[in-house]
Design a binder for this molecule. Structure first.
Ligand code: BV8
Ligand code: ZN
Length: 257
């Protein structure tokens, strides 16, 4: 893959790199992206309609079953070369901030740490009634969950139903992770936006915040992204192909003196 030389020079000299990921970074681990998260039996449901408080109130077993199916996919998946390249990048650049919209733990399993989860995590369920996080970790999901209604477990504190520890549509994002993400976008020299359609607000503002603050923004996606000027790039490809090459030809190569 050929890269613009001005981009490579910018990467070599970057002090603070912010990496912003979406479902596309986990796609090659076999995790369906959010907008095609409906395969097989789930084809008849709209994910945005399932990822809401109303859906859980209406049919908690359906929603809990959907998330347990997704948690099973993640448990059975392995992190991929994109996750590993991002983890390696944190050992190369002076400062790296990793912000993800994803609710899986594949960044952590590839060696990334201090991952900022804007939309929560599949592995941290909490009580729908009292909002406390579940005390005991969830057991490994049993096979095959696909398509079954599953009664959610109960809260050990109040007996209420547990819900997935994710941010649903219509729910506010966690204040601290959002503030940290916006601050990193404003401060970074380079923002890598990896595998996101950029439609979900307010996370979708992050690349724009970085660009307006003067950073170089790089979109890594097989779907075309419009670029506004010399400080914005669209790299057409899968994250697990592009990121390792970007490290080799950009970040890891000899600095421009
Ligand atoms: C909120 C957890 C305040 C659950 C998710 C303006 C301001 C504020 C709110 C809104 C607003 N406009 C609209 C809203 C409402 C709403 C919203 O944004 N709706 C959208 C759909 C229009 N936002 C909210 O409700 C947010 N809350 O703002 O609170 C508030 C309070 C009350 C009332 C109003 C406002 C909460 C949003 C969080 C929702 N929860 N996830 C779960 O996972 O079940 S969002 C969900 O979408 C996932 O987290 C996912 O990560 C995220 C974003 O999607 P992507 O990651 O981009 O995934 P997608 O499938 O779309 O795209 C994948 C991309 O990868 C594609 O581009 C593809 O080409 C690419 N790709 C594929 N393969 C590869 C690849 N790229 C590289 N390599 C590959 N191999
Ligand atoms: Zn409770």
């Amino acid at each position: 893959m050929q890269f613009d030389q001005s981009l490579l020079d910018t990467l070599k000299n970057a002090g603070h790199v912010c990496v912003f990921t979406g479902a596309g970074v986990s796609a090659e681990s076999g995790i369906p992206t959010f907008r095609d998260a409906l395969v097989g039996l789930w084809a008849r449901f709209d994910p945005a309609a399932l990822a809401t408080r109303e859906a859980f109130k209406r049919d908690p077993a359906l929603v809990w079953g959907w998330y347990e199916w997704r948690r099973m996919l993640v448990c059975n998946a392995r992190s991929n070369a994109a996750h590993r390249a991002i983890a390696e990048l944190s050992t190369i650049v002076p400062k790296l901030t990793l912000v993800t919209q994803n609710v899986d733990d594949l960044h952590e399993r590839a060696g990334s740490f201090e991952v900022i989860h804007l939309h929560g995590s599949l592995n941290k369920p909490r009580c729908f009634a009292c909002a406390r996080f579940a005390v005991d970790p969830l057991p490994p999901p049993d096979e095959p969950i696909h398509g079954r209604h599953l009664e959610p477990p109960r809260c050990s504190h109040c007996g209420g139903k547990l819900r997935p520890g994710v941010v649903w549509f219509g729910e506010s994002l966690p204040t601290e992770p959002l503030a940290q993400s916006f601050a990193a976008a404003k401060d970074c020299d380079v923002l890598l936006s990896v595998g996101t359609s950029g439609v979900v607000e307010p996370a979708a503002q992050i690349p724009d915040i970085a660009w307006r603050a003067g950073a170089t923004v790089v979109h890594i996606n097989p779907d075309a992204k419009c670029v506004r000027n010399a400080r914005e790039f669209w790299l057409d490809g899968r994250a697990s192909d592009v990121l390792p090459q970007l490290l080799k030809k950009g970040f890891k190569s000899e600095k421009v003196l």
